[in-house]
Design a protein around this ligand. Structure first.
Ligand SMILES: Cc1ncc(COP(=O)(O)O)c(C=O)c1O
Length: 386
């Protein structure tokens, strides 16, 4: 029996040993302030440059086009605030964005930005035609996530980027759940901005970044020193960045094999659950889905209770996203896909990583089957007594 089976890897991933070693080294051997002109500063700058190169390679970008941030939330805020803060700006986005976009849109709207949120279909996909119809020369920015954090549904970002280019409109994608889990090539995609987060691919928490297409101007979000080539003020989080670089290097070594392994683990889990437990349904787009995620609806089961019972048995998973699931509300992503409140409440996200084993998957399925049966028995009893 494993003490903890971590199936919540869309929330965060365990740092790899190489990542931890890089973080420690940046706090010891390569310690320094990258803005200092002394030798310690030089050492820190070298570390910063190497990490930037590794991360840039992972997404097919030029190193100078990457600015490190405190994570994808900051990167998303940076793009949306700096492009769409002027009253009269026009932002086109979707109903299934992460809260770091969705909640910001509410604030921007109060300030006079026009926000058009395109609905998603029952699989969580946005229609390129519908989105393109909403985009005109007056549009300031289009922002669409690449992969949904709750369902794993992959959005048609290449077609959206092409539609934006045709109309001369800036395109941003929040690729937090894509980078490290599918091949990313910013040049091929043709986006203007791309946000990513290191802790989604076994890097440290509190570090991520923003790709800005060379030639595109984006004013800074924070003011102060001239760090990050003048793009982001504040002493760089060198240990975090070193960890992000190490995580990117690990991912670069055989991304295809990583994707295959993640898919194998996810499929083993999903098919095991579907064959051993009745009345379970997959939410999202099973054909166009990221390799590591399954969002399952357990008919007649209180999802919150199931997550809590699984947690007691050492299995970590979530309802909706980590940034929203402290709130007792049904997932707005699942609701946007047309699920009823009770269907959303009975849905749970499981997301695997390369650190999971086949044995963990099989053990989880067994425990899940036991707990679902128990909760269904309990709800039948409650219904009889009411
Ligand atoms: C799609 C998406 N966007 C943004 C974020 C926020 O990333 P960070 O934790 O780096 O701020 C997350 C994290 O859950 C995410 O899944």
């Amino acid at each position: 029996m494993n003490p903890e089976i971590f199936l919540d890897n869309n929330a965060t991933t365990h740092p790899l040993p190489e990542v931890t070693a890089a973080v420690v080294a940046a706090m010891s051997e390569s310690f320094g302030n990258a803005s200092s002109s002394n030798r310690a500063g030089e050492r820190a700058r070298r570390q910063l440059r190497d990490s930037r190169e590794s991360v840039a390679r992972l997404i097919g970008a030029a190193p100078d086009s990457i600015s490190f941030t405190s994570g994808a939330t900051e990167a998303n805020n940076w793009v949306l605030q700096r492009t769409c803060q002027k009253p009269g700006s026009f932002l086109v986005t979707t109903a299934a964005e992460h809260s770091s976009i969705k909640n910001l849109c509410d604030i921007l709207e109060i300030g006079g930005t026009q926000v058009e949120s395109i609905p998603v279909d029952e699989c969580g996909r946005v229609s390129v035609e519908q989105l393109a119809e909403a985009v005109s020369r007056e549009t300031t920015l289009v922002s669409v996530h690449w992969v949904n954090n709750e369902t794993g549904t992959v959005q048609p970002v290449e077609e959206i980027a092409a539609a934006c280019r045709e109309r001369g409109v800036l395109f941003h994608t929040d690729a937090s759940q894509a980078v490290g889990k599918l091949p990313v090539d910013v040049a091929k995609l043709g986006c203007d901005f791309l946000s990513f987060s290191a802790h989604k691919f076994h890097g440290p928490q509190g570090v991520g970044g923003l790709y800005i297409r060379p030639g595109v101007k984006l004013p800074s979000l924070m003011f102060g020193g001239s760090q990050e080539n003048g793009h982001r003020a504040g002493t760089e989080n060198l240990p975090g960045i070193a960890g992000a670089g190490a995580a990117a290097t690990q991912r670069l070594g055989g991304i295809e094999a990583t994707i295959e392994r993640l898919q194998e683990l996810r499929n083993r889990f999903e098919s095991g659950v579907l064959s051993q437990i009745s009345d379970v349904f997959v939410n999202g787009d099973v054909k166009r889905r990221i390799c590591n995620t399954t969002n399952l609806r357990f008919e007649g089961v209180n999802g919150e209770a199931l997550v809590a019972r699984l947690d007691q048995r050492g299995i970590r998973c979530s309802q909706s996203s980590a940034c929203t699931n402290q709130r007792p509300e049904p997932s707005y992503v699942l609701r946007a896909m047309g699920l009823s409140e009770s269907q959303a409440y009975s849905s749970i996200r499981f997301s695997v990583s390369v650190l999971n084993s086949d044995e963990e998957i099989d053990e989880s399925i067994g425990i899940l089957a036991e707990l679902v049966a128990e909760l269904r028995r309990f709800s039948k009893l409650t219904a009889i007594n009411e």
